[in-house]
Design a protein around this ligand. Sequence first.
Ligand SMILES: *Cc1c(COP(=O)(O)O)cnc(C)c1O
Length: 463
Amino acid sequence: MKYVSTRGSAPSLDFAGVTLAGLASDGGLYVPEEWPRFTQDEITAMRGLPYAELAARVMQPFVGDCLTPDRLLELTTQAYGRFAHKAVTPLVQLDEQQWLLELFHGPTLAFKDVALQLLGLLFEEFLGREDGNLTIVGATSGDTGSAAIDAVAGLDRVEIFMLHPKGRVSDVQRRQMTTVRAPNVHNIAIDGSFDDAQAMVKRIFADADVTAKHRIGAVNSINWARLMAQVVYYFAASLQLGGPERKLAFSVPTGNFGDVFAGYVAAQMGLPIERLVVATNINDILHRALSQGDYSTGTVTPTAAPSMDIQVSSNFERLLFDVGGRDGAALAEQMRAFEASKAMRLTNAQQQGASALFTSTRADEGETAQSMRWAYEHCGEIIDPHTAIGLHAARHAELPGDIPVVTLATAHPAKFNDAVERATGTRPPLPARVGDLFAREEAYVELPGTYEAVRDHILANAS
Ligand SMILES: *Cc1c(COP(=O)(O)O)cnc(C)c1O
């Protein structure tokens, strides 16, 4: 399997290459040259497989010759063996039509573990073959940082520098990063916002003083391997609810468009999906893009669902490429104009292509709280604010009554227990597997919000 850049001019790479590269050298994102497709019989034959085996089966076409089927199964078995639920991503029924797909049974309580637990192993595997090392530099508003640190802590060939905005992540999120004691983990709290941290990371990738000495890697969802791992749970849910004979719809709380793009990939692979509902909070650039063709940024407003407080959804570029005729040169032009003016119109082809499978809904803060209350009072389920936005969209999507609607439950409610308590009056306890989080010692450095301070710290401490 070869991968091409959405902007058309970076070299095509194999799976190992895209995993280590992250972003393409022309500024685009890597996508498979063509979508692998399963027959209905092949999908039916996946029924009843344990999650790790299903994962290996669904991912094998993307991995190509880079891993043997046996080796891939060893890696998925190791990655998903760390989940606290035997089903890895269990389904919970809410009413006749509504279901939750719980993606938060990994070590750091958010769905990002599903992809990052595997990505850490893939890094180590591919770096080992070339006797190389990788320095990961990332910025986080909370969930990506904790999941990435857990996934790579203690690995030999990978080290990680994770920037978080000082005082702007929750205590649970910060402690999940700073209490991990491993020589290859470096936590940095910067004076500034998440956007400031993100801007510094982008400069690191382009700084020749750094890249001459270190190979810099990415763990956010621009990395194709993350999306690939997320395709699996769409198959898992479908197979349990009557697929492939029966169609389902999914409602996906969305920020960077990674998770819901994985659903689009599942559909391209032959999984019968009636509709993908893109659920946003009041930071609704995707809702405006999908409903009106208007992809223009506003200012980010903080909400109870901070992992969705995003104004530029990186992975949307992958969809625009695929539904817009896979014309890299034209998309590079369109994206350059967007980066200059912070606004663009989708082409007719892009809008029509997207509306064939996607719809969108936006929930404000009141609707988010209301959705948490509905799940609690009517179904006895405590859900987190991100999941609540997905459920709000699912219940307002007006899908045919015989189509099961699966909302992706992206975080454990205890991770956002203040917002949950405000909405429901109940404070969910942290699960036992992270129980001593508040007793463990923290380690992080605090740096001023200047690029030079961060760069010098990385250069002084990277091995
Ligand atoms: C990251 C995250 C999201 C958004 O996922 P995207 O792939 O960026 O769309 C939603 N909910 C939670 C809890 C998250 O951590």
